[in-house]
Design a protein around this ligand. Structure first.
Ligand SMILES: N[C@@H](CCCC[NH3+])C(=O)O
Ligand SMILES: [Zn+2]
Length: 440
């Protein structure tokens, strides 16, 4: 079956005969270039992530993270250049010896000195990078495009001669001259590389620019395209998605998106984006239940908290608060949820302890407490809760007490005999009604 037919079959299968169940965010059947249902992950937590301000990974921690990434199911693990430091080289060798399912890559400058060390580490492939923008050519390495092409050819041929994978990437691709890019990529594609890479090194690209560049490259190279997006302007995940739509195959990710400055595409956030696009592919390929542990492992290692608004694992990522939302969520979670928390081993919460709450949310809490109230009783107790919520922030205990007190109140049989008129009159110190005494 041709790739086009496979793509079409996939689209029609996932759509099925029921148009209501069709995923509105799924691939457009007319777009057979798209790889949103057929992408790979290059995790760079142990390379780009080492450039995060707080990062220092001991050998043991690197091994623990590499194993966790492998268990999650990333396709590649990219490691810091072995020429960065002696320990980096030893760590690279140690991780290569773990026998992980993920392929191990190391990331080097486009230079024979680096390549010679890299191929001796036991990696499955080498990722070569060189700056191509005017900024980098002038202020970083100071070389022109002819030099870049010459050294790229030399390094690529050398790595290929060792029988391992090779990727050639430009750096600062979105501020590089398009003609320069097309020339260099055509050259390396002709010699034969496994992948070419583009990198939004400063995080300046927007999704439309990404789509256009990947589409253009797709027509000049005959290898896979890998993309690397920094998140300075908050576009990293959107850019990754657009790159895949345009036909890129591989996305560089890091756990929690850690990396230089504010980092790159976060693996969790990308999973959230991609599961919407192709749930079957994402769920069958990646162990989504492991995301939380993976993120906690890295968060601890670099001493940061998981951000409150992190996709999937942020503390309120699956917490519904507004009364109207809660009502619909209880009836059908998809009403206000595009992600199912259970796909990630997470739970959904209804935040009922606040003044925005509604009686449906309180009714569900009453059920959880194993109490029995009629709908009109629930409405009465909801009004009490909202009244209290207008005065101060509430917590679950507050709400539970209000519910339990009310429940007790309406269920306690009256043991005290009915009061007489005299009983209602204020009593004086002798115990007699004050009014009677006055009459005396
Ligand atoms: N961190 C570098 C390397 C990019 C290589 C692409 N995988 C950058 O952002 O440019
Ligand atoms: Zn980077």
């Amino acid at each position: 079956m041709t790739a086009e037919n496979q793509a079409f079959q996939k689209v029609t299968e996932s759509t099925g005969s029921n148009p209501i169940q069709a995923n509105p965010y799924g691939p457009n059947p007319s777009d057979f270039l798209s790889n949103v249902g057929n992408f790979q992950l290059i995790d760079s937590t142990l390379r780009e992530g080492e450039q995060f301000a707080n990062a220092f990974f001991s050998t043991e921690k690197k091994i623990e993270i590499a194993k966790a990434l492998d268990a999650f199911g990333v396709d590649y693990i990219e490691l810091t250049s072995p020429v960065a430091s002696e320990q980096s080289r030893k760590d690279c060798e140690a991780i290569c010896k773990l026998g992980l399912k993920a392929k191990i890559l190391t990331h080097i400058r486009c230079h024979m000195d680096d390549a010679k060390v890299a191929v001796e580490t036991g990696v499955d492939g080498v990722d070569v990078v060189i700056g191509t923008s005017k900024f980098l050519r002038q202020y970083s390495h100071g070389k022109d495009m002819n030099y870049i092409a010459k050294s790229a050819i030399e390094v690529i041929e050398f790595v290929k001669s060792k029988g391992i994978e090779i990727r050639f990437s430009s750096e600062d691709s979105f501020r590089s001259d398009l003609v320069d890019l097309l020339n260099i990529y055509k050259t390396v594609s002709k010699i034969g590389v496994n992948r070419i890479g583009i990198a939004d090194t400063v995080g300046c690209a927007n999704p439309r620019q990404v789509y256009e560049l990947v589409r253009t490259l797709k027509s000049v190279v005959n290898c896979d395209i890998e993309c690397h997006f920094h998140n300075d302007t908050g576009c990293a995940i959107a850019n990754a998605y657009c790159a895949l739509e345009a036909g890129a195959k591989l996305i560089d990710v890091c756990v929690l998106g850690i990396g230089e400055r504010n980092g790159i595409v976060p693996i969790g956030g990308l999973m959230a984006r991609m599961i919407v696009a192709d749930p079957d592919y994402v769920k069958s390929k990646y162990k989504l239940h492991k995301i939380r542990d993976l993120e906690n492992l890295v968060a601890d290692a670099v001493e940061v908290n998981i951000p409150f608004n992190n996709p999937i694992t942020g503390f309120c990522a699956f917490t519904h608060k507004a009364g109207i939302h809660a009502k619909a969520i209880l009836a059908n979670p998809s009403t206000y949820e595009i992600l199912d928390p259970h796909d990630f081993g997470m739970k959904r919460y209804i935040h009922f302890a606040n003044r925005l709450t509604g009686w449906n949310a309180i009714k569900s809490r009453v059920d959880q407490l194993n109490l029995s109230l009629t709908d009109s009783e629930v409405k009465i107790v909801t009004a009490k809760i909202k009244k209290m919520g207008d005065i101060r922030p509430l917590n679950i205990d507050d709400v539970d007490s209000i519910i339990k007190d009310y429940h007790a109140e309406i269920n306690t049989p009256t043991l005290i005999p009915k009061k007489t008129k005299a009983d209602e009159e204020p009593l004086d110190i002798s115990g007699e009604p004050a009014t009677k005494k006055v009459k005396k």
